[in-house]
Design a protein. Structure first.
Ligand SMILES: [Zn+2]
Length: 408
């Protein structure tokens, strides 16, 4: 197995250069050196490799700045692709993006996590293969798959460390198994982290912003991004905002903590409150035996969005609790922006946004030092899937083949 001398030493450096070219659209070598802090000879060598492998092309010359006009570089977007898979209890979204991070194909189907792993993963793999085939994308051009799911998880070994939704998934090597079935590299990541990166790529967030993301599907997750990179903590299980205590006398959570935010603000909690509210459960057709949390939560959120006072009261109560989470995140990380992402914000996003914004303006420690904003994601569930694919583009996978290294 041949490894180029440069390869083993500098995969992250090359990722940085590729990312700078992607963000700038067109850029000269001199600007790359200035923006990366790398020396011009290092930039020259890395760019030579990227051009040799067809990832980057020269596209003419920029304006003169007094001396020689500089050759501009840009990505060759169709040179490689990455796949993002959002693996949720109730929904699975698959997207394909090109090297520039633009979505070129998408599909979604009802969630697979309630199936046993050995049934669910071949199903996901067959959908990925079908999508690539329909889009006419050669598998040799696919760098890998970013599989995003809930936590806690061992990102390094690609293993889920949760008993949710069933015991079969605890300790299950989801990324290596999917990689075996698909024959492509698979990296595991957190849904909230991926959603935050997806928002960045979709242009919701300006570059260099330090922002947070609250991600709500059937559970509640969070993440923080600085200058386009996810804050990882020591094991990539950071900013778990759904599992901060909001009531020190609260009940036990499956996570081991007690009084967790998720039990007051999350969709299952809202459904439970609706069931206990006289007449509401019946009126909205809520079935206590149906496990489809998103469907039932969607009905309550839609009713609230349409002005039903009882449903609105429940959503506002959930939003006030989430506001406490948002205040905590903003005060801990000195954020000026929080994006509300994930499928559960889709139906009643405007209620959540206004209530959380109000809490933040009233309560965040640094509220007089800088503006504070809460915005709703425009892409719903897709931000996490797109972020999963973009995380592949940002990873070292892009360079394994340059170095002649097999992924397994
Ligand atoms: Zn918890």
């Amino acid at each position: 197995m041949a490894t180029s001398p440069a390869g083993g030493r500098r995969p992250k450096t090359r990722g940085l250069v590729l990312d700078l070219i992607r963000a700038a659209r067109t850029i000269s070598r001199i600007e790359l050196a200035a923006n990366s802090g790398l020396t011009p000879p290092t930039i020259t060598e890395i760019v030579r490799e990227l051009i040799a492998h067809g990832l980057v092309v020269e596209v003419g010359r920029g304006a003169s700045t007094g001396g020689k006009r500089r050759t501009l570089l840009q990505l060759n977007p169709k040179a490689r692709y990455a796949v993002g898979v959002l693996f949720e209890r109730n929904i699975c979204v698959i997207v394909v993006v090109d090297l520039a991070g633009q979505q070129v194909a998408r599909t979604s189907f009802p969630g697979t996590a309630l199936l046993p792993p050995d049934t669910a993963l071949p199903l996901v793999a067959s959908r990925v293969n079908a999508l690539l085939e329909t889009a006419g994308i050669d598998r040799d051009r696919v760098l890998g798959v970013g599989l995003v799911s809930y936590g806690p998880q061992d990102r390094q070994s690609g293993v889920l460390l949760t008993h949710q939704p069933t015991d079969e998934w605890f300790g299950y090597p989801i990324a290596p198994r999917l990689s075996d079935v698909l024959g492509l590299p698979v990296v595991l990541d957190n849904d909230a982290a991926a959603a935050a990166i997806g928002e960045y790529w979709l242009g919701t967030v300006e570059p260099h912003t330090t922002y947070g993301c609250i991600y709500m599907a059937s559970g509640i997750g969070g993440s923080v991004v600085t200058a386009g990179r996810v804050y990882r903590g020591s094991s990539s299980n950071s900013v778990e905002i759904g599992h901060i205590t909001v009531d020190i006398n609260g009940g036990a959570c499956t996570c081991g903590n007690f009084g967790c935010l998720e039990h007051y603000a999350g969709p299952p909690a809202v459904i439970e409150q609706a069931m206990r509210t006289a007449g509401l459960g019946q009126r909205l057709g809520l079935d206590p035996n149906d496990v489809d949390v998103m469907k039932h939560f969607g009905r309550i959120a839609t009713a609230a969005g349409a002005g039903d006072p009882t449903a609105t009261e429940l959503i506002v109560r959930s939003a006030r609790h989430l506001g406490t989470g948002a205040v905590t995140m903003m005060s801990l990380f000195d954020l000026d922006l929080i994006v509300l992402a994930g499928p559960s914000f889709a139906a009643a996003g405007s209620i959540y946004q206004s209530v959380i914004q109000e809490e933040v303006h009233r309560r965040v420690f640094a509220r007089r030092a800088h503006p504070l904003r809460v915005i709703a994601s425009t892409s719903g569930a897709d931000a996490a899937a797109i972020g999963g694919a973009v995380l592949v583009l940002q990873s070292e996978l892009a360079f394994l083949e340059l170095d002649g290294v097999a992924f397994r």
